[in-house]
Design a protein around this ligand. Structure first.
Ligand code: GLC
Length: 765
């Protein structure tokens, strides 16, 4: 054993082992058969820091201590365990075998506890609790994927285990094909994770609870930046809207029908022969004028972008790519050719910093006319035939590698190039970037949508779990193709999907080419009206949703949060009937239900709850059978919950009424909510132009405080309407010491209105 900066290195009989301290709750383990290679990762943005408090070299073990963890390394045979300071085993190598190589494939086996559950791994099908299942990470273009399909488009080799009273996270930072086995086909004694090549290189997260583990995981792999506010609105997509008059008609229809919408997408038909960074001049003769018309109607335009560059002399991006040596090659120096939409293509090497810059600059073709959102597709990478030879070479930021290692980070690096490039081009405006393929850390650059799903009730429920799973894996800004990309939803499915979409971080309706139209008015008047009401609700909720996104940027806490984050030890939440339930932000519990049901069972965990639509009260830790007509998804607010709402607007550039409603639901336990607002468009928040205030409710002191505003941004709202739910006929209400009389809203709701200034306001009762 050798002590090194931040940790130790062990030279064992058959392996080198490095254990490094990143923080008292984050420890990294690297193991290889020979000398460890220079350290490099596309996912990780932190360096080892600090040191173990104490390192003890005993006869048969090494003990490394941090403030929060003990790492015990048994010497013969080599086994690594992680324990709490009190000595409870959190996670440890399986006693019988722990590390094995099969050819180049390296596997680590961990003891599996009798009651252990596993969540996470990003975009995966299957149940919330992944125990009994095995998964592969190899980014794959898989249209119409089924309920158990694996792998899909995204690889996030990070999971959270929870057993007894402890939880932990493991992130295997290896971009070769990786595999996770949570006790599938075994007799329940061990779980394992492996990589087909490269090092065993994992981060162990030992924070006390799951929010802490997510905080640490996103400290290591980065957090999202605040997205443009408009990207939280409703988004309309189709493969493809063209030509220009059709796009403008679509925009006008939203406004005429008074269905709020912020974004319209152009799919591949906007390009000339599917060549990226071009416009089809017949279909879109004057993109600048079209986009300014859209902007005037309050729409932002997002265009698709694919990595394959058509092989065609005279096509600027092809010529530049050849001249600047931007495309991936075989080891013999010949360029790789694969066919995608434009026909035969070369593929940019996004693992080369020069290529990322070149790609980023190419967006002027889109940004100059006014495009503000960039939809990165086919970046698994996908080419017809779906099997690019592993031997294709990549720069790997100077570390030189092949597709075997670069494949899973191709989408990440394409999204990074897109994000970094467009951020520069948009002059202080925030770009919106969307991607299909990704690797751990993608949240720093892009939102993720869950690829080509199908219009079935099962897909709807599966999408909810995928979004929640991406959430615990660091990716907050995510959602499925609302309504289903492939196939035709029934009216009921579409209406239900719309309601669940309202409580989904990324809300985009998309449909395959030649499929039935899926705009909200395409399913008859009844569904149109239900859709309108739900989208109105989304816009009412925007102050709440934006604050939840802000929280993600600060702590990594996802916007859609499986109940497992806060209730990991409650067995009920993993049951088939309840595993899809989640919190949307910190206060709202959503119990998704398929469109074919009008009555359903929900489970409400510890706490007390109010149904949001009618203020009906429910005790926690209990099941309830509730009505769920299409216009009333079972959505609950925690008692003590605090929810800011605004008036309905048709798009985010429209000024809402100056009244910010703050809804407080009575409860027994104090609660607080961090409200966040800024211009929603620029990076000026980085220099203090935001408005942040803590709203707190203390039922013991009988007070509600709208805290003093921090930051220099003048809020959009100048009045607040405090709406009290289930407080009864409270008397003696005072605002900053002055008596006020509450007004009656419904039998369960009372309200008062007063000026919203930057100073604190206290309401007592
Ligand atoms: C892929 C995408 C889909 C897009 C289509 C055409 O299938 O996943 O969203 O509409 O390509 O570009």
């Amino acid at each position: 054993m050798k002590e090194v900066e931040h940790g130790i290195i062990i030279t064992a009989d058959n392996a080198r082992v490095e254990v490094l301290h990143f923080s008292p709750t984050v420890v990294r383990v690297r193991i290889d058969r020979s000398e460890l290679k220079p350290d490099f990762s596309y996912a990780v943005i932190r360096q080892p820091a600090g040191n173990f408090k104490k390192i003890t070299d005993k006869r048969d073990s090494l003990v490394l201590i941090t403030d929060s963890l003990q790492v015990i390394i048994m010497k013969k045979p080599l086994r690594i365990k992680f324990l709490t300071p009190g000595g409870t085993l959190i996670s440890g190598d399986y006693q019988n075998f722990s590390l094995s190589w099969q050819g180049t494939e390296i596997t680590c086996y961990k003891k599996m506890f009798p009651d252990e559950k596993f969540i996470g791994l990003g975009e995966k099908t299957g149940p919330l609790n992944r125990r009994g299942n095995a998964y592969i990470n190899w980014n794959t273009d898989i249209p119409g994927y089924s309920y158990r399909q694996d792998p899909l488009y995204v690889s996030i080799p990070f999971f959270i285990g929870t057993h007894d009273d402890v939880s932990y996270g493991i992130f295997l930072d290896n971009s070769f094909e990786t595999k996770f086995n949570f006790g599938a086909s075994t007799d329940d004694e061990f779980s394992s994770f492996s990589a087909t090549d490269g090092e065993m290189n994992y981060y162990f997260f030992g924070a006390k609870n799951i929010p802490g583990i997510i905080r640490d995981y996103t400290w290591i792999t980065g957090r999202m930046e605040l997205p443009p506010y408009w990207s939280l609105g409703y988004q309309q997509c189709r493969w493809s809207y063209y030509p220009e008059p059709e796009v403008l008609d679509l925009a006008n229809s939203f406004r005429e029908k008074k269905i709020p919408c912020d974004v319209i997408y152009l799919d591949i038909h906007y390009m000339d022969n599917y060549k990226v960074f071009t416009w089809n001049k017949d279909r879109f003769p004057d993109p600048t004028s079209m986009i300014s018309k859209l902007n005037a109607l309050g729409f932002h335009l997002v265009t698709i972008i694919d990595p394959g560059i058509k092989i065609e002399k005279g096509y600027m991006n092809y010529d530049e790519g050849i001249k600047n040596d931007c495309f991936v090659k075989y080891p013999d120096g010949n360029l790789y050719v694969g066919s995608v939409w434009p026909g035969r293509c070369h593929f940019p090497d996004f693992t080369n910093p020069k290529v990322r810059e070149w790609w980023g600059r190419s967006f002027t073709a889109l940004t100059v006319p006014g495009v503000e959102g960039f939809w990165n597709d086919m970046n698994e990478p996908s080419a017809w035939g779906q099997s690019i030879p592993d031997i294709v070479s990549f720069d790997f930021d100077g570390h030189h590698s092949t597709l075997a290692e670069a494949h899973n980070v191709y989408g990440l690096n394409m999204s990074r190039a897109t994000f970094e490039g467009t951020k520069q081009l948009l002059n202080n405006k925030r770009p919106f970037v969307l991607t299909r393929a990704a690797y751990a850390g993608i949240q720093r650059y892009s939102a993720v949508w869950t690829g080509d799903n199908t219009a079935t009730e099962d897909d709807l429920m599966m999408a909810v779990r995928m979004v929640n799973s991406l959430g615990v894996s660091g990716v907050s800004f995510t959602g499925p193709d609302m309504g289903g990309f492939i196939g035709t939803p029934t009216n009921e499915l579409f209406a239900r999907w719309m309601s669940i979409g309202v409580f989904t971080p990324f809300l985009r309706n998309h449909a395959e080419i030649n499929s039935r139209h899926k705009e909200p008015w395409s399913f008859g008047e009844e569904v149109e009206e239900i859709s309108r009401q739900w989208i109105n609700k989304r816009y009412r909720l925007l102050p709440y949703i934006y604050s939840a996104f802000y929280e993600s940027t600060q702590t990594g806490m996802p916007v859609a949060r499986t109940l497992a984050i806060n209730y990991p030890r409650d067995e009920k939440i993993y049951e088939n009937d309840f595993q899809n339930e989640y919190f949307f932000g910190g206060e709202i519990l959503v119990a998704p239900v398929s469109g074919d049901k009008s009555i359903c069972k929900v489970y409400l965990p510890a706490g007390d709850w109010f149904r949001m639509s009618n203020d009906r009260y429910y005790n926690g830790r209990s099941e309830a059978t509730v009505d769920c007509p299409l216009d009333d998804l079972p959505v609950f607010v925690r008692s003590g919950g605090i929810i800011p709402l605004q008036s309905v607007i048709q798009n985010t550039s429209e000024k809402p009424s100056p009244v910010l409603e703050i809804h407080v639901y009575n409860g027994k336990v104090p609660n607080s909510f961090t409200y966040y607002e800024d211009d929603g468009i620029t990076y000026n928040y980085k220099t203090g132009q935001f408005c942040r205030r803590v709203i707190s409710f203390d039922p013991v002191k009988k007070s509600i405080i709208i805290g003093k505003a921090e930051g220099s941004f003048a809020s959009r709202y100048t009045v607040f309407r405090l709406v009290l739910h289930d407080f009864g006929d409270i008397m003696g209400v005072k605002v900053n010491g002055k008596d006020v009389t509450l007004k009656l809203k419904t039998s369960k709701q009372r309200f008062l209105e007063t000026a919203l200034t930057s100073e604190a306001t206290e309401i007592t009762y």
